[in-house]
Design a protein around this ligand. Structure first.
Ligand code: PGA
Length: 254
């Protein structure tokens, strides 16, 4: 199965000029890879220009968020139809930085349903704020999954992506990445929960990515030992050399 590597640019870079420059460097390598699908998710303001630079399905653009209504008076929001017309096929949903701004599981659930209705593949992010010794973090992730996927029907498991992204491991928290061994345990746990929510067949086949301080040094371990089927990459995705290295590592890791 192809690995999915998604770049989450968050609120960077500062200018369209820089966005195009970074995207071009990534695209020129990514389009030639056979075992990796690359999706770059820039800030909305760059999406239109960058979508015109897409040359191959191997490297496309995605969105960092989407609104759940088709149309209407919603100041500041971006509609799914607008994203559709730009050729967007992947949307990050429920990123912890959006949850920290007040987005709850009920909203995440609406956005997942909207994505599926429009044929976007949602990249659903789940992850605990901190680890504890009595397993509360496992219950936390279970609740996130159950509530985010309530009344969601998935026919094709490839239409949903789940990213395990422990919040403490995101580079802005400076704690460093999770270990591949623990990420593997978490993906097994996530599949167990998915099995009760979406059924066994879907749970076994949904791609599970890892996110949180992924770079070109630790990527191989997460793919080989951590069982990750790809990554959601923040900081390192804005450094073309590092990100391209991650793509090349994913291309050759079985
Ligand atoms: P990071 O960000 O790679 O900088 O840790 C990942 C993310 O927040 O999606």
């Amino acid at each position: 199965m192809k690995k999915l590597i998604a770049a989450n640019w968050k609120m960077s870079p500062a200018s369209l000029y820089d966005a195009k420059d970074i995207f071009k460097k990534i695209r020129n390598v990514a389009r030639g890879l056979r075992n990796v699908e690359t999706v770059v998710c820039p800030p909305f303001v760059f999406l239109s220009d960058m979508s015109k630079m897409v040359r191959s399905v191997a490297c496309t653009v995605g969105a960092q968020d989407v609104f759940w209504e088709d149309s209407g008076a919603y100041t500041g929001e971006i509609s799914p139809g607008q994203l559709d017309r730009l050729g967007v096929r992947y949307v990050i949903v429920g990123h912890s930085e959006r949850r920290a701004l007040g987005e709850g599981d009920a909203v995440v659930n609406k956005k997942i349903k909207t994505c599926l209705r429009y044929g976007f593949k949602p990249i659903l992010c789940v992850g605990e704020l901190a680890r504890d010794s009595n397993g509360a973090y496992l219950r936390f992730i279970k609740e996130q999954l159950v509530a985010s996927l309530a009344k969601v029907a998935i026919k094709n498991p490839k239409n949903l992506i789940v990213t395990y992204e422990p919040v403490w491991a995101i580079s802005s928290h400076h704690a460093g990445a999770d270990t591949p061994e623990s990420a593997l345990e978490m993906s097994i746990y996530i599949r167990k929960v998915l099995s009760s929510v979406l059924g066994k067949r879907v749970a076994l086949e949904v791609p599970i990515l890892y996110g949180g301080s992924v770079d070109d040094v630790n990527a191989e371990g997460f793919l080989k030992t951590g069982g990750a089927q790809g990554f959601l990459v923040g900081r390192a995705s804005l450094e073309p050399k590092k990100f391209v290295n991650i793509l090349k590592i994913a291309e050759k890791t079985k």
